[in-house]
Ligand binder design. Structure first.
Ligand code: CDP
Ligand code: CDP
Length: 211
């Protein structure tokens, strides 16, 4: 590689951005940060402390207290925590606190892959490769239902589809860093693609000299 590559991947819930980000990171030997975990862990800390999710001061303190590497994913991946994360994610001071940690990760000398909602627009506008991953809400709900069934969480398709609709709406209409494709992002619709198909399509977005 010529110089360290930054790959920014954004998209709505269960579009497949996390799976794609992990595969690209493995392929290129780059460190990966799932930035959704930061918002989920902030929400978890507030709930554990009995604080309100919309209390900005407590939320900032919770965000400051996170250690970037130590996530108990089993306690963060559930449905309720995705919903709670999107509430704290709308607080500007929380985003500012978490942005610093994400920037630090992205600017590592070895390069990085980050996935989230605002990586290509806010966190890393200078990323070398930006991918905006989408899939139909029905496909995303089916994927999430399968995942939750594997985690032994009640996985009612209609309720999950409704969760996805509410979270898409909140994430795309918030005043700060809304879910949005960067103007220079490559669009990747994974509705009809399996994991390998999405990976193959994404590889084509990486300039030949950097593959
Ligand atoms: O990170 P995000 O919420 O966007 O989605 P994910 O956790 O990467 O993917 C949700 C589920 O969809 C996982 O179980 C994947 O195996 C599956 N999937 C995918 O990621 N990509 C496809 N093209 C098809 C399915
Ligand atoms: O995997 P899934 O897409 O369901 O959720 P996630 O990526 O873990 O993100 C959970 C929530 O955190 C999202 O609904 C967003 O509200 C928020 N988030 C954000 O605002 N900005 C990011 N860079 C990542 C997540």
């Amino acid at each position: 590689r010529v110089r360290a590559v930054i790959i920014a991947i954004d998209g709505p819930a269960a579009s497949g951005k996390g799976t794609l980000a992990r595969k690209l990171a493995d392929h290129f030997g780059l460190p990966h940060l799932d930035t959704g975990l930061l918002y989920r862990a902030t929400a978890r800390a507030l709930i554990d402390a009995g604080e309100r999710l919309d209390d900005a001061a407590s939320a900032v303190a919770a965000a400051r207290g996170l250690a970037l590497t130590e996530f108990d994913e089993a306690r963060l991946r559930g449905r309720a925590m995705g919903e709670a994360a999107s509430v704290v994610a709308a607080i500007p001071a929380v985003r500012a606190t978490l942005a610093a940690a994400q920037r630090g990760f992205a600017l590592r000398p070895e390069g990085a892959v980050l996935d989230g909602r605002d990586i290509g627009t806010v966190i890393c506008p200078e990323a070398d490769v930006k991918i905006f991953v989408t899939a139909s809400p029905q496909t995303r709900a089916q994927r999430r239902a399968l995942e939750l069934a594997g985690r032994d969480e009640p996985a009612d398709y209609a309720a999950i589809l409704e969760d996805i609709r509410i979270r898409d709406e909140r994430d795309s209409t918030r005043a700060i860093a809304p879910l949005r494709a960067a103007p220079d992002a490559h669009a990747l619709d994974t509705t009809a693609l399996d994991v390998e198909g999405a990976f193959a399509a994404a590889l084509r977005f990486v300039p030949a000299g950097r593959r």
